[in-house]
Design a protein around this ligand. Structure first.
Ligand code: ADP
Ligand code: ZN
Length: 434
């Protein structure tokens, strides 16, 4: 990788230099964190001090920070600067319970924009590109986060926000959109809008798309790439660590580079808290290295992933995370069996008859749990032979049983009939009463 092709030479920093940079920043971060009420008290109680950090491994002495800690000290218990230094509030969407408040200084906002610019530059965004941002603006970090990064690169940014599907497609044509930022499940839904409008998605001037904010399978990505006729790059982040831009897929598409000059990553066994080896799945734990307003030490993201072993052919030295498989709390239990929604998605997306949306419904039949997978089919299949539909339903149930050990009921439905959210897709509807 030629250095001049990089947005920031740090992307290809040699591992020793990167580690030195991380160690310095970690020491700074711990000192900064100690200014917040939460960490100030915790460090004093445990006798932890920034000077004790000689090497990265010393981080092990610090306890994990839980989402519950953020909730317990909502809204300002983690704030490490005077409130008048805060210029921006973001708020997690509260997908899994009470939301958390995240404050930013001007420096935080600036560095975040720079990281996002690095991500977008990596997949080819340049001045002259038209960037349509279809993530919702406001407290959710997806909108403003990517907006600032794209502007920083000098792209022509269209702050569309989420929804308004026909207008999204019209604008693509009128303004010649070359790159879009979009939630994967919405990118699927928008294909239906193209169909209704008689627009062939591959005829649009798009060059690539980026999107994340929710788990999606490799099969979903492949479908999106084929239908839109462009590469679709995975983007990962969470409000507590600024938002999108924490880890991002390079054009090689074999894992997401975790920007290790800004975030220190560990993958742990969620049960024991021990680190797992590269390649093994576990929970991602992140320590911010440059956050001023709300530094977080060893924050449990609850996201399941692994470090991809070996260097990336693109030449960047920052380690890669594998596709995020979901959150520990996405797991649901049916008749005693643990299941992740993405296991179901993987099976569905490997079947060409399956359309663009699905939902998992849990309820009870008598005392027994009942798992129903409601699946949209492609129109030609749905309106085809009844016998074929029946055999498809059988095959689908068999394949799912092999994957999740429970044989689900299958409901095959017409394209476009499953309601979808404007933001993150809600994949599981649990109607069981406790
Ligand atoms: P909330 O936790 O309320 O959803 P955020 O909007 O901060 O709040 O969402 C961050 C979470 O979204 C991550 O912790 C992760 O679970 C999920 N997420 C973000 N990007 C991806 C991605 N590329 N793949 C899978 N999950 C993602
Ligand atoms: Zn790479």
């Amino acid at each position: 990788m030629a250095l001049e092709d990089l947005y920031d030479p740090t992307e290809a920093l040699n591992p020793e230099a990167l580690e030195r940079l991380q160690t310095d920043r970690l020491r700074w971060t711990v000192a900064q964190a100690a200014r917040s009420p939460h960490y100030g008290k915790l460090f004093a109680e445990r006798g932890l001090d920034p000077e004790s950090i000689r090497e990265l491994d010393d981080l092990r002495h610090f306890p994990l920070t839980e989402k519950q800690d953020l909730r317990d000290s909502y809204p300002f218990g983690f704030l490490a600067v005077p409130k008048d230094e805060v210029v921006r509030l973001h708020h997690s969407s509260g997908t899994t319970g009470t939301a958390t408040a995240v404050c930013h200084t001007a420096g935080d906002v600036e560095r975040w924009a720079d990281l996002v610019a690095r991500c977008l530059h990596m997949v080819g965004l340049r001045r002259g590109d038209v960037f349509q941002n279809m993530m919702s603006y406001g407290l959710f970090t997806g909108g403003l986060g990517l907006h600032y990064g794209a502007e920083k690169l000098g792209a022509f940014v269209i702050p569309m926000g989420a929804g308004n599907s026909r207008r999204q497609i019209e604008f693509m044509g009128i303004f010649g959109t070359t790159a879009m930022h979009i939630i994967p499940s919405y990118a699927m839904a928008l294909l239906g809008t193209c169909e209704e409008m008689g627009v062939e998605p591959r005829s649009l001037p798009l060059r690539f798309a980026v999107g994340g904010a929710e788990p999606y399978s490799e099969g979903t990505r492949t479908r999106l790439q084929e239908a839109w006729g462009i590469p679709f790059h995975n983007c990962y982040g969470l409000s507590e660590m600024c938002g999108p831009g924490v880890a991002f897929e390079c054009p090689v598409q074999q894992g997401l580079h975790l920007w290790e000059d800004a975030y220190l990553g560990e993958v742990i066994d969620p049960e024991t808290g021990d680190r797992v080896v590269d390649g093994e799945e576990g929970e991602l734990v992140l320590t911010s290295l440059t956050r001023e307003a709300m530094p977080l030490i060893r924050y449990r993201t609850r996201d399941l992933t692994s470090f991809t072993p070996g260097p990336c052919p693109c030449g960047r030295t920052h380690r890669r995370l594998s596709r995020i498989q979901g959150r520990t709390d996405d797991m649901f239990i049916v008749r005693g069996v643990n299941i992740f929604p993405l296991q179901i998605e993987r099976v569905l997306m490997s079947m060409p008859q399956v359309g663009r949306n699905y939902v998992i419904v849990l309820d009870r039949e008598g005392y027994a749990d009942r798992l129903t997978v409601r699946v949209e089919l492609n129109a030609d299949v749905f309106f085809g032979e009844l016998e074929q539909l029946q055999s498809l339903r059988e095959r689908m149930a068999d394949r799912l049983r092999r994957e999740i050990m429970v044989r689900p009921r299958i409901e095959l439905v017409e394209p476009g009939t499953i309601p979808r959210q404007e933001g993150k897709a809600v994949r599981v509807i649990d109607e069981r009463k406790d």
